[in-house]
Design a protein around this ligand. Structure first.
Ligand SMILES: CC(=O)N[C@H]1[C@@H](OP(=O)(O)OP(=O)(O)OC[C@H]2O[C@@H](n3ccc(=O)[nH]c3=O)[C@H](O)[C@@H]2O)O[C@H](CO)[C@@H](O)[C@@H]1O
Ligand SMILES: C=C(OP(=O)(O)O)C(=O)O
Length: 511
């Protein structure tokens, strides 16, 4: 086969996958392009030469950047650091609520509309999985509103296993699926590589709903015994987010009252509770560690919900202002989920102001605009460590390493949660920081740092990768950050949005 034909065949495959992802037939795509169904068929099989104009029209019609770019090699960033940033930036909706709500849409026989969903790779993977099992999803506009319509019966045999394996969120199919399938399989979950991330608490917590899971050869094999229903409160062995969300989703369609104790009250869990409320499932105790769910056997409503802003993105932007010594206003920051972080930063000497509070589109979450100004920071007296909400968020902890690097003095950052995340923070030494790994859970950071530009490959964990990017923004000269898929998993157009604040970041791929 010639190179050109192979290339056309690969592009055709991408177009076909993209079209199916949108839930379109060849005829529908043909109509959108003003061509015939047989032409689309030829394109998808690589039997038709494609002009750049046609490729970009297909990209527009299918809303797929991959097609308009036409190749899929890893993406990298080239950063000219040392620029001062300025201006204001809106925080987008959260990755973690986005993926939870996509999974929760499976509970609803009616149409689900989610407003301003983060258009990130993690969401794309779940959309691919949903599309592959027969769920129709459609981006409605440039605002990232998303419509989800599930079929009466789901066909798991056609699941896009490759997409499923790339996200940890696939675990959140367990709760919704146990209501409609007696037996099913899900591939092992992926996500950030942070050392062993157990799923045992999830399996234990779903057992009272009759779910038994055996892990075997890359798949979780699930069996549901409908005779078994919860008879007492479900006590979580860990106050985890995913486990809490799974139990909430299982309880939502269990006709009766389910009490969940030691529940996470973190931001994505709260968004899920509010969404369930819109679906007709009352959840008492939102924001506390005891949730009482008044389940309803059949959920069938046209539901419209706007997940709230991402506290981790807000923290990332605050950290960007701090390390580049810039004045930035971070608008729409969910203050309730940033209070400990801000109190800690205030103690370190951060000069910032916050606006009056105003409600998020979900009507519940409290937002503020935060203006962060250049400050001279000192290391905190005590170690910095995360706790379940309302503590300092574990996903915000890595940002304290790069902030500690610009503060004078020594800071101990203690990540007791993950077996293998702190280790990635030592990559900051490549940019001139003094970061010492004391043991797998603790790093010692000595500042202030004289940053120097470097070339680094993204560690396989989202937040540490962003931390490296922030250090590159601070380092004078040109840095290169390779393989940024891991960042795109959780942030929407981060480089482009930082550029609007005055950063100089260019995206490129290997040829
Ligand atoms: C899609 C999503 O929402 N992902 C978030 C979710 O992942 P997720 O809920 O999947 O988090 P994990 O289940 O991996 O839990 C995090 C880690 O904390 C440990 N642990 C957790 C709670 C506890 O009370 N004791 C304890 O030891 C777990 O063993 C695990 O090692 O929560 C994590 C912790 O907030 C966040 O980093 C992730 O961004
Ligand atoms: C750990 C994270 O994500 P995930 O659970 O998707 O791996 C994160 O958001 O930092």
């Amino acid at each position: 086969m010639s190179d050109a034909h192979d290339y056309l065949r690969r592009i055709g495959g991408l177009i076909r996958a993209s079209r199916k992802h949108r839930g379109w037939t060849q005829a529908q795509l043909a109509e959108a392009l003003g061509t015939s169904q047989s032409a689309v068929n030829r394109i998808e099989h690589g039997h038709q030469n494609l002009s750049l104009d046609m490729l970009s029209r297909i990209g527009d019609a299918l809303d797929s950047e991959i097609v308009s770019i036409g190749h899929t090699g890893p993406m990298h960033l080239r950063i000219v650091g040392g620029q001062q940033l300025s201006g204001s930036i809106d925080v987008r909706s959260s990755k973690n609520a986005g993926v939870a709500l996509l999974c929760a849409s499976l509970l609803n026989k009616g149409r689900t509309t989610l407003r301003k969903v983060a258009r990130i790779e993690e969401v794309n993977r779940i959309l691919e999985v949903l599309g592959s099992i027969g769920v129709r999803t459609r981006w409605l506009n440039d605002e990232n509103d998303l419509e989800i319509t599930r079929p009466a019966t789901l066909d798991l045999s056609t699941m896009d296993v490759e997409a499923a394996r790339r996200t940890r969120s696939i675990l959140m199919f367990l709760g919704p699926l146990l209501h409609e399938l007696d037996r099913f399989e899900l591939p092992y979950a992926g996500g950030c590589d942070l050392g062993t991330r157990t799923i045992e608490p999830t399996l234990t917590a779903l057992r009272p709903f009759g779910l038994a899971v055996k892990a075997h050869e890359g798949f979780y094999h699930a069996d549901v015994d409908r005779e078994i229903v919860p008879t007492r409160a479900i006590v979580l062995t860990e106050r985890g987010d995913t486990v809490t969300e799974n139990v909430l989703m299982a309880a939502a369609r269990h006709p009766g009252v389910t009490v969940i104790r030691n529940a996470s009250s973190n931001y994505m869990v709260q968004d899920l509770c509010f969404f369930l409320g819109e679906l007709g499932v009352r959840v008492d105790g939102v924001g506390t560690t005891t949730l009482t769910v008044h389940g309803v056997a059949e959920l069938d409503r046209a539901v419209d919900y706007a997940p709230s802003e991402d506290p981790i993105e807000a923290m990332s932007l605050i950290a960007a202002a701090i390390v580049t010594s810039s004045e930035i206003t971070v608008c729409r920051a969910p203050i309730e989920f940033l209070e400990i972080e801000l109190a800690t930063l205030e103690e370190m000497g951060l000069d910032y102001t916050r606006s009056e509070e105003y409600p998020a589109a979900n009507g519940h979450t409290r937002l503020v605009d935060l203006t962060v100004r250049p400050s001279t920071l000192r290391a905190p007296l005590d170690k910095i460590h995360p706790m379940p909400f309302p503590g300092l968020n574990i996903d915000n902890l890595p940002f304290f390493a790069v902030i500690a690097a610009v503060a004078s003095g020594a800071t101990l950052v203690h990540d007791w949660v993950y077996e293998n995340r702190a280790i990635y923070l030592t990559e900051l030494t490549k940019l001139g920081a003094h970061v010492k790994l004391l043991d797998p859970h603790r790093v010692y950071v000595e500042g202030p740092t004289h940053w120097s530009a470097a070339e680094v490959i993204c560690p396989p964990a989202l937040r540490p990768a962003v931390v490296i990017l922030l250090a590159m923004l601070a380092a004078k000269g040109t840095s290169v950050l390779r393989n940024i898929y891991v960042i795109d998993r959780g942030y929407e157009q981060l480089a482009q949005r930082l550029n609007l604040l005055g950063a100089r970041i260019e995206t490129f791929r290997d040829l």
